[in-house]
Design a protein around this ligand. Structure first.
Ligand code: ASP
Ligand code: MG
Length: 470
């Protein structure tokens, strides 16, 4: 059971480190707690309460079952009682929502965050059963946020004061705080959540608030990889990358932390580690402000993109065309992944997720309808599905020949490049290829830079003895 591994990792780490643990909600392959709670709340608001009792009962049963497997008989009954209380509360909330027939973001936060409350209690009880002093703490006591329910952001000064006051004495006494991820509270004490996947954000917020020596994220991969190992079997872990490289990679579909999520720790230059819950002995990846530069670090691919082209002879010197294009795309909330315009100004190309393409194209055709009628703009066309390949590394900056090697490798493999973009930071060369060519493209670029055997740096498993490590 995953949670058993988590408990073991905490117990092992606590032998050599002072730790604060941030815990997310429990997921079984067929029952995801947060998703289920959100679904239940929506159903209740729609008046579809059939099946909700069963769903809540299933969630309770999953937690109680884990409690029985994980905890010693002396911890069991009190824990089961606590779990039952939480789900009774969820039930009451659902009934109120059903009566009101509406679901406010504020009410949804109250419900969606209960999974973390359960799991923190479970893990703390399991540790106590191993004679480790651990206490579950609701982050509503620690993290103070604005009132943007569903996607709140922390008020860092207040959060710092509260977290230090509450957690530092515990850590000094050798106790382990097991803090709920995802949830927080406004200054008035109303529960908020930090957005989907928000437990990573909680972890970063607390790490920054406590001036942790390091912040570790336990994921399901051996750190950041040079490429997706399902595409490139020789792909391997990059031992050390910089915050900037991490940010570039996370935009490109690599399974990496989102820059917004880790902003609080990056701002304080606290090292981050990405470790694997399923392979805890693996050193993973350390992420710091500076990292030894290796020209190209990783090659990633975003699938299911659409390439939209706005083209026509009249676009040369048509001022404001780019502004109108991006304003139109923004109006329909399509996310622009890549942009290109050659200096002939005859066309502007942008890539968006395929799911956003139809609305974006319609909005663009509407925006340029007059120009199309007058043949200034000939067409707004779309090519899909395409794949964006990103070649990332801060050492690419100022190193001539990288683009040559990328495109040389693609040319030799007979792969057609449809569009190209490189920002002036030179950390990232992005190119668009047809869906069928994507795997091959990633493979040949990976090979061209011998990403498999040039990595000489290694990071040992020997970690500094530090203070607080969420
Ligand atoms: N449980 C929350 C979610 O599913 C937070 C998290 O897992 O990070 O979004
Ligand atoms: Mg926000």
């Amino acid at each position: 059971m995953l949670i058993q591994r988590v408990v073991e990792i905490i117990a092992t780490t606590a032998r050599t480190h002072q730790v604060v643990v941030v815990i997310s909600a429990m997921n079984a392959p067929d029952l995801r707690t947060t998703n289920s709670l959100i679904h239940a709340a929506q159903q209740a608001a729609d008046g579809n309460s059939d099946g909700l009792t069963t769903l809540i009962h299933d969630l309770l049963r999953m937690h109680v079952q884990a409690a029985r497997e994980l905890t010693s008989p002396d911890q069991g009954p009190a824990l089961e009682q606590e779990l039952a209380t939480i789900f009774t509360y969820v039930d009451d909330l659902l009934q109120s929502i059903e009566i009101l027939g509406e679901l406010t973001p504020r009410a949804l936060d109250r419900i969606s965050g209960q999974g973390e409350r359960c799991n923190a209690r479970l893990v703390a009880a399991a540790l106590r059963g191993m004679n480790i002093t651990a206490e579950a703490i609701d982050a509503t006591e620690l993290i103070v946020t604005d009132e943007q329910y569903g996607d709140a952001d922390p008020l860092m000064d207040l959060t710092r004061d509260r977290s230090q006051q509450r957690l530092l004495p515990m850590i000094e006494a050798g106790h382990i705080p097991i803090v709920t991820g995802f949830i927080a509270a406004t200054e008035k004490g109303v529960m908020t959540t930090l957005g989907r996947g928000g437990s990573d954000y909680s972890c970063a917020i607390l790490g920054a608030a406590l001036d942790a020596d390091e912040v570790w994220f336990w994921k399901e991969i051996d750190g950041v990889m040079t490429a997706d190992p399902r595409i490139v079997p020789e792909a391997h872990t990059i031992p050390h990358i910089s915050y900037t490289e991490m940010a570039e990679l996370s935009y490109y579909g690599a399974n990496v932390l989102h820059p917004r999520t880790v902003y609080p720790v990056v701002q304080r230059a606290i090292p981050i580690r990405i470790l694997n819950t399923f392979n805890p002995g693996h050193p993973g990846t350390i992420i710091t402000a500076d990292a030894p530069s290796g020209s190209v670090r990783a090659v990633t691919a975003i699938r299911n993109a659409s390439l939209i082209t706005v083209a026509g002879p009249g676009m040369l010197g048509l001022t404001g065309a780019a502004a109108r294009i991006f304003a139109a795309v923004a109006r329909v909330k399509a996310n622009t992944l890549l942009i290109t315009q050659g200096s002939s100004e005859q066309n502007v190309c942008l890539a968006v997720p395929q799911a956003d393409a139809t609305v974006a194209v319609n909005e663009l055709r509407h925006e340029f309808s007059r120009d199309i009628a007058h043949h200034h703009v000939e067409h707004v066309s779309v090519l899909e599905p395409v794949v964006i390949i990103a070649v990332v590394g801060s050492g690419m900056r100022g190193t001539p020949g990288i683009a040559g090697r990328v495109f040389g490798a693609l040319g030799q493999a007979g792969i057609n490049v449809i569009a190209i973009a490189q920002g002036s930071t030179e950390y990232n060369i992005s190119l668009v290829v047809a869906d069928d060519d994507a795997h091959k493209a990633v493979q040949v670029i990976h090979q061209a830079f011998a990403l498999t055997n040039t990595e000489s740096e290694t990071v040992g498993r020997c970690l500094p003895q530090g203070r607080n490590k969420p």
